[in-house]
Design a binder for this molecule. Structure first.
Ligand code: NAG
Ligand code: NAG
Ligand code: NAG
Ligand code: NAG
Ligand code: NAG
Length: 804
């Protein structure tokens, strides 16, 4: 597990400290100056607040956030770790000059620069730190490729660049760093196949590449005898199970495209503590011996197509804390040893064919049919050819399996129908199985959502299918007291979800309360014409991907079907419930005490911009022309802004191409090429309108009025602070810093530019908003010293950063 490695790394670091702290002496004055320069280049972060020109750096007390270690007048270790979630450094920061300064500490062996807001490409001149052994620059905003020059850092043992925005393929030379023991590149935007040269990393102990876009087969790692941790979660690797040494402690392959069987060798991994194979398409028998591996504590095989019988009398490792077998094709009896054991053990096994009344088990015929459909031979031969055959039929089987499943549901529907005397003309059946199958596919496709964006979805429960019973219970049978509105007239609008071509006869919103106590908004869509569930899958898939902190996000769906022809009668879309009203209600309609402060307004604007950025770039193809209105921005209990109404691209049935929805804004003609180039700028304009209302604090009802107020803003920008204050909402004009206000006004005016090409990009907008928030924040933090502007008001950033 990670523990093992972190411990090793910590011991290493500690040894350095212990050995070298005794030698700490007077630092060369040039190095002391370098540190002071670094402090300034990092914009004086609070973690460095104790540094000044008279600090004796080598004699400072090391802490978890700040440590300087010296050896014979020279710095050998520098750790600066700021708070999680640090903002990007301002635009005048230059990664290049920062590294240029840093390399004048030539004896650095250990360098940790975490969460400092560093942004820019990683400069090749880092290689001048030729003694570097450990480098950890996690949680910054580094982008671009890993520079070729780093290949000459031959002493490098640990390279950690987690949680940045680095991209491109991994270079081959990584595999020839002679002493590399830890390579951790989690949560970046890397893609391509993994270099085969990884097979040569004889000293490798940790390889963590999770949450990237890697694809293809994993190189042969069988020879890496020290490899303890392999974390490849959430990429698109596969289909063959990787070849690995048996010293592994942690193996995470979840959310990839593995489609093979599980090799027998896995049962000999005596050190294995954590095994996660979930959300792949693994086929073939599940080896029950995995449950009794001597070190295993965590075993997750959920959402695969693993088959086999389980028995009461199987044995399990007593240390098992978590076992998830859900959504496979297992039959037989759940082992007794799983059910006894420690109280804190979690055991999940839903949606198999186990002989238990619990947790939605399928009839055993289901697992048999499915197993046949995925082409699993009862006894697989170990020769290469056999496994290829299985693989091929596995791929075909996946497709056939899907079809058979739909067929099964259909048959089931018929059967029930035949057995019942018809009491009501239309009874219903929920196509639960079909949609469960579909959900797992959705999740495996979710890689199209870029990783940084996916972070935005954190905090939401996993997307799932709901049963109708659950929804009825949540709304007390769709009682009128739960009714929130109809069509777009409703108080709370959620998502122009499905296109008009699907012939909705009505659409209603209900508020519901789930068993776990959480509130949800349920949109019920009633169909006029009959469609099968397949017609909706494309849309459901898109809806399930549009999950983000700043969107009112879908939690799941539920189909209600007619029994006679199994066509869909109603679709329910379940969304998070956002309780705190619209943005307008807290800006221009709110009574004074409810009105948002200036800081809250900027935060709301940043939220909306991030939501737009996600719609444009977080999903392929992007969702443009969302016709955004301030009344479609909802606030949650923490006043986090969420876009509640967005425009889904729909599949054009004739050409198979993806076009834009009927709700597209009118300001652009989508047929001409010139406007297609600026498709993102329609939303930027709409955002400008929202910003305008946020600034002036009243609704602007006509184009003329918008034009007039925009001109006022323009004039105020060029005039003085007093002029600007006269334009801004009186509710906030005492509390906003002039520089912050000016930046907001400028970006607002630019968003409202007539010519789409002249409007800023969403990234540019975000930069400016964050800048406005930052100066406001810094000023408030400065204990309100003087009414003027204590921050030297630098030119607000105009540059468009090509971050992605
Ligand atoms: C960047 O600008 C800030 C003010 O916004 C200023 O305090 C800082 O010194 C500048 N940094 C550099 C490296 O010029
Ligand atoms: C430097 O910081 C120390 C405390 O960290 C303080 O006692 C000292 O007065 C400061 N010196 C200057 C020149 O600011
Ligand atoms: C990188 O450094 C940070 C701060 O010390 C630490 O929390 C993190 O675990 C390190 N990364 C790895 C992979 O050890
Ligand atoms: C990999 O990423 C790079 C840079 O982000 C991009 O240009 C390239 O098209 C990507 N390649 C693939 C195959 O996705
Ligand atoms: C466990 O039970 C199965 C069938 O009930 C039986 O065939 C098998 O021999 C038993 N194994 C042990 C170790 O008792």
């Amino acid at each position: 597990m990670a523990k093992a490695f972190t411990h090793a790394a910590a011991t290493l670091v500690l040894t350095f400290i212990l050995v070298q702290i005794n030698y700490s002496e007077q630092l060369q004055s040039s190095q002391a100056q370098t540190l002071i320069r670094i402090q300034r280049l990092l914009n004086n972060p609070s973690v460095l607040s104790s540094w000044n020109s008279s600090t004796e750096f080598c004699n400072t007390e090391p802490s978890s956030s700040l440590t300087v270690v010296c050896y014979e007048e020279s710095i050998t270790q520098l750790h600066i770790v700021s708070n999680k979630g640090a903002r990007m450094l301002p635009l005048n920061f230059s990664m290049d000059s920062f590294i240029t300064t840093l390399v004048s500490l030539p004896d650095l062996k250990v360098l940790t620069l975490v969460s400092l807001g560093l942004w820019g490409p990683l400069p090749g001149k880092l290689t001048r730190l030729s003694s570097l052994e450990i480098l950890n620059m996690s949680s910054n905003f580094l982008y671009g490729a890993v520079p070729q020059e780093l290949s000459s850092l031959t002493s490098l043992q640990t390279l950690i660049l987690d949680e940045n925005m680095l991209s491109g393929r991994l270079p081959d030379w990584l595999g020839s760093l002679p002493v590399l023991a830890v390579l951790s590149l989690r949560k970046n935007l890397f893609n391509g196949t993994l270099p085969n040269s990884f097979s040569n990393l004889d000293n490798l102990r940790v390889l963590a590449l999770s949450h990237n876009h890697f694809y293809g087969e994993v190189p042969d790692l069988n020879g890496l005898t020290y490899l303890q941790e392999l974390d490849l979660e959430d990429n698109a690797l596969g289909p063959q199970f990787p070849k690995l040494g048996n010293k592994l402690v942690k193996l995470v392959l979840s959310k990839n495209k593995f489609r093979s069987g599980i090799p027998d060798e896995l049962s000999s991994y005596y050190q294995l503590q954590r095994l996660d194979l979930s959300f792949n398409k693994f086929i073939g028998p599940f080896p029950p011996s995995l449950l009794s591996l001597p070190s295993i504590t965590f075993l997750n095989i959920a959402e695969n197509k693993l088959t086999g019988m389980l028995f009461d009398n199987l044995s399990c490792n007593v240390g098992l804390e978590f076992v998830d077998l859900s959504s496979n094709l297992l039959s037989g009896h759940l082992p007794n040893c799983l059910l006894s054991g420690s109280k804190n053990r979690v055991v999940l096994y839903a949606r198999n064919c186990l002989a238990t009344a619990n947790e939605n088990q399928h009839p055993s015929s289901f697992c048999q049919n499915e197993a046949l459909a995925v082409g699993i031979l009862p006894q697989r031969k170990k020769s290469k050819q056999a496994s290829k055959a299985v693989l091929a039929s596995g791929i075909i089987g996946g497709i056939v399996g899907g079809i058979i499943l739909v067929g099964l549901v259909f048959l089931l529907a018929r059967r029930i129908n035949a057995n019942k005397t018809i009491k009501k003309p239309q009874t219903r059946l929920i196509a639960e199985n079909a949609s469960t199958w579909y959900t797992s596919k959705l999740l495996s496709d979710a890689r199209y959502i870029s990783q940084t964006m996916k972070l935005g979805a954190l905090g939401l429960p996993a997307y799932r299918t709901f049963s109708l019973e659950e929804l009825e219970e949540a709304t007390e049978n769709f009682d009128t007291s739960a009714f929130m509105g109809e069509g777009s007239q409703g108080q709370v609008k959620v998502v122009k979800a499905l296109p008009s071509t699907l012939n909705l006869s009505c659409s209603q919103m209900y508020r519901g309360r789930l068993k776990d106590g959480s509130f949800v908004a349920i949109r019920c869509l009633k169909m006029k014409k009959s469609h099968s569930t397949r017609n909706f899958m494309h849309h459901i898939e898109l809806i399930s991907k549009l999950r983000h902190r700043h969107l009112v996000s879908a939690l799941g769906h539920c189909f209600e079907c007619y029994l006679d022809d199994s066509s869909v009668s109603r679709i329910f879309l379940i969304f998070e419930y956002v309780p705190n009203g619209t943005l307008r209600s807290r800006i221009s309609e709110g009574r004074a005490h409810r009105s948002l402060t200036w800081t809250q307004r900027i935060a709301a604007a940043i939220g909306v911009a991030k939501g737009i950025q996600f719609l444009h770039t977080g999903i392929v193809p992007g969702v443009y022309s969302n016709n955004l209105k301030i009344t479609d921005i909802l606030l949650d209990q923490n006043l986090v802004a969420k876009i509640s109404s967005y425009n889904l691209p729909l599949l054009n049935e004739n050409t198979g191409k993806v076009g834009h929805g009927a709700a597209a804004g009118s300001s652009v003609d989508p047929t001409t090429n010139t406007s297609a180039k600026h498709e993102d700028k329609v939303d930027v304009y709409d955002f400008g309108l929202i910003l305008l209302e946020i600034i002036v604090g009243r609704p602007l009802n006509s184009k003329n009025e918008v034009g007039t107020v925009k001109d006022q803003l323009q004039a105020a920008i060029a005039a003085d602070g007093a002029a600007r204050r006269s334009v801004v909402d009186p509710a906030v004009n005492k509390s906003c810093l002039d520089q912050s206000l000016k930046t907001m006004m400028e970006i607002c005016v630019r968003c409202l530019h007539k010519n789409p090409a002249d409007r800023p990009s969403v990234e540019d907008v975000l930069w400016n908003l964050q800048f406005a928030a930052q100066v406001q924040d810094a000023w408030r933090g400065d204990s309100q010293s003087s009414e003027g502007s204590p921050i030297s008001a630098s030119q607000p950033p105009q540059l468009h950063l090509g971050l992605r």
